[in-house]
Write a protein that binds this ligand. Structure first.
Ligand SMILES: Cc1cc2nc3c(=O)[nH]c(=O)nc-3n(C[C@H](O)[C@H](O)[C@H](O)COP(=O)(O)O)c2cc1C
Length: 270
């Protein structure tokens, strides 16, 4: 017996087709791209529920990184988030926000300056921008650096009995696409969620008439969830870069290669 389509759904999905695309979601672009009569086929596939699997993979990546002393932690940076969410909920609106992920204990040398796609900054930015609703990614001070002078922007290099060190970390732990031994600091900016309980203007794709966008169950904000998802995405990329550097088919060898390397370059986390 052919298992698809499920019984009773051969003529339809049992739900009313979505023809009222929400500005900011995948509804319109997805419907146009695939010629869909029901935007639900696009919106469900575009849904951030997909991030659950990325968080699971991130947990495995974090366990691997912990074996070589790397810790990854995400947090929300906006202090007034709770109040902003309450206000938005009362006005049937949505909000976005900014999250930051820090990775401590990353040795110098992950990533590469030799090709664009191997640069650690590009990979981390790509991983963050790959998360639904993330529209900006920053490494270190990111856009703020553009307004600074070189003398204020770059992290001077010093040496003491413990080795090389920096007193500042404007670069967010990456120079030349390669980790430099300082803490990795990245940020992601999330736009306000597209499903509003007070719907925005749209067009009914069935009739071509002006209409209000689809309203369905949705959150007011997902910034706290993004902190978890972004942490997982960063951990996953760092674990990939660490495997490239230290090998990846046996944990003991991975740990030994890391130990030999940090001894050779005389590096230990501060
Ligand atoms: C953790 C998380 C939860 C989300 N929850 C919602 C939600 O409840 N309602 C909504 O409209 N969008 C939500 N989004 C955003 C949409 O998935 C996203 O805006 C949509 O897929 C379109 O992709 P784009 O914003 O990257 O263009 C969420 C995103 C994330 C990362």
């Amino acid at each position: 017996m052919n298992p698809w389509p499920p019984e009773g759904e051969a003529e339809g999905k049992g739900t009313k087709p979505v023809t009222l695309p929400r500005p900011g979601h995948a509804d319109l672009a997805g419907s146009l791209k695939y010629g869909l009569a029901d935007a639900r086929d696009a919106l469900e596939r575009a849904s951030a529920r997909q991030t659950a699997v990325a968080v699971a993979a991130g947990a495995v990546a974090k366990a691997l990184l912990a074996e070589i002393g790397i810790e990854v932690e995400g947090r929300v940076t906006g202090e007034d988030l709770e109040a902003r969410i309450d206000e938005a909920r009362a006005e049937r609106d949505t909000v976005g926000g900014v999250v930051e992920v820090r990775a401590r204990g990353v040795p110098p040398g992950l990533g590469s300056y030799a090709s664009n796609e191997d640069r650690l900054d590009a990979r981390l930015a790509g991983a963050l921008m790959g998360i639904q609703a993330v529209k900006g990614a920053e490494i270190g001070e990111g856009f703020e650096l553009a307004a600074k002078r070189g003398s204020e922007a770059h992290d001077e290099i010093f040496r003491d009995e413990r080795g090389l060190y920096r007193e500042t970390n404007h670069a967010g732990g990456i120079e030349g696409g390669v980790s430099n031994g300082e803490e990795i600091v990245v940020r992601a900016g999330m736009k306000p969620l597209p499903t509003l309980m007070r719907p925005l203007a749209s067009v009914d794709l069935d009739t071509g008439e002006p209409a209000e966008a689809l309203v369905e169950r949705s959150d007011v904000a997902a910034v706290e969830a993004l902190a978890v998802v972004a942490e997982a995405a960063v951990a996953f990329e760092l674990a990939r870069a660490a495997r490239e550097k230290f090998g990846g088919d046996a944990l003991g060898d991975f740990v030994s290669a890391h130990r030999a390397y940090v001894e050779r370059i005389d590096w230990s986390p501060r």
